[in-house]
Design a protein around this ligand. Sequence first.
Ligand code: CU
Length: 642
Amino acid sequence: MSARGKQRLVKGLLTLLVAGGLIAINGPTLVSAGKNALHDYKINSQGYKERAGHWSMLSVPEEMRVNAIHAALLRTGKVLIVAGSGNDSKQFDAGKFRTILWDPETDEFKRIDTPSDMFCAGHTFLPDGKLLIAGGTRRYEKLREDVEHAAGVMTIKNESPDGAPVTVPKDTEFLSPDGLAFRSTKEAVVHPAVKEIAANGRTTVSASSTEVWVEAVDRGAAPVVDRPTQFTIDGIHRDTDELYGYATSLTRAKQDYWGDDKSYLFDPATERYERVDNMTLARWYPTLVSLEDGRVLSVSGLDEFGRIIKGDNEIYDPETKQWKDQPQLKRTFPTYPALYLMPNGKLFYTGSNAGYGSDTVGRDPGIWDLSDNSFEKVPGLREPRQTETSGSVLLPPAQDQRYMIAGGGGIGDSERSTARTDVIDLTAAKPHFEPGPDLEEPTRYPNMVITPDDKVVITGGSSGYRGNGESNLLLCHIYDPRSGDLTRMADPTVGRNYHAEALLLPDGRLITLGSDSLYGDSEGTRPGTFEQRIEIYSPPYLFKGDRPQIASGPKHVGRGATVWFGIPNAGSVESARLVRPSAVTHVTDVEQRSIKLDISRNGAGLDVRIPKSAGLVPSGWYMLFVSDENGAPSKAHWVHVR
Ligand SMILES: [Cu+2]
């Protein structure tokens, strides 16, 4: 008999025993079965749902189950779920990359051809509603025990301005003065040095260089380079002072994931990926953030050889479909920095990040002014060394410019985690973080989702690094930015830790998906398995009876315009919000925001005013929700704001 069948039988027995007045003879199994029945009864009662909401499981056909690493809500109302190789090296080696599209309205799933490994890429919506996805995985990490040959990055330098570019074939040997030999793993081309003659007639020559990954010819511990060393290049008949190899570290240390430079648009209309220009740098764990002019800034990440990128950031222009390096915007952050576009066009960095980076550089929250690359730190954040794997959100409504940072932990695989939440008001003369309510438990990876009633659902997470079955937190709360209260809601049944996401659907429900436990148990003896179930949360506002309805209205609206929407019972509508859909990964969702709209009654509908500021309402597709006096929202009406 299945476990569920057994449970049903026990439940049935219990009912009989209660009916017969024999409850006094029950054993521990019956007590727990009784408790389960009571719990089931409680969480399914109308009163409980009205107060705490309700969780249910989405039924996903077996062949559509994927390791959800990324999730984005498209303007068609469908959810794009991207796994890529899904943190599974076997899938990577087999070249099997996956994406699934789910339509919450029909519950239909569709497989999407996935041209490369978008695992741990960055993403953001463009003004036309296409999702820009950039970066991903070019090679999986190699753990220390799997590294047999010392390896690392060899810089090939050319100091001579004369002659043609030099091709250094794959498998070329580089020889150190001590006789150590390293072999290149790829062909490399190095250009002549650049010769410049200044106005005063003085000539300067700057060496040109290129990088290539090399591995020691001999196995084992001996061929290790741990200080700056110059190499001669075998088979290249040039002066060794002119053309040579240079490396500072060729060791048997762990090798981190290698980033990819590929970049794609996902088009909600054709439901396909379209390849666009490569980024100037390969990036693994970059944050992509939309700017007020519709361009996209790509920040941080691990580069083509798994090194943290030190301050090189770049911009995608949707007009030209090109990426361009931005040397004037040099600024270093840890991977997946939480950067939010402010109404004044500056970016606010809450301090949240996920994954990799310096222990000290780029971890302080502050305001980044892109016009002069200045960075103004903001004070007051408690537990400032525990921002890794924390959650961040621009609290609703976005006009208030209040941001919350919640939970997080120490850098790397630290055992520390925090229950701290802090809130900052950027409209203040001297903004500083103020304490918010503590989470119920110290929490890494809390998922935070804005709802149309100006609240934030905070759900899931794990008390420990990367999580395991026992450190998952089956908790869900709603934070009310107005009162500052954090209220416990119904408990989710599926744990969510690393590589998990949550987002708001156009019908007002939320989904949570993904979760990537490192271990299956708290002792770390069993490997974890990727959580493929998708759970749905219906907040209390969906159990309050009739909901307002948006019956008609324009699809395209201009910033600063007043537009009319047909709304039966418009008199019951108290508020209207534009909610920008989520594009979320690794607890990083810098897209979602909820903008308050001024409304006035006009006939059988409402006049709705779209704010003017492109920093507040960047161009793109939004969900328009109207809510009644109970906070019950309508279903969303999609509008394109330009
Ligand atoms: Cu990842």
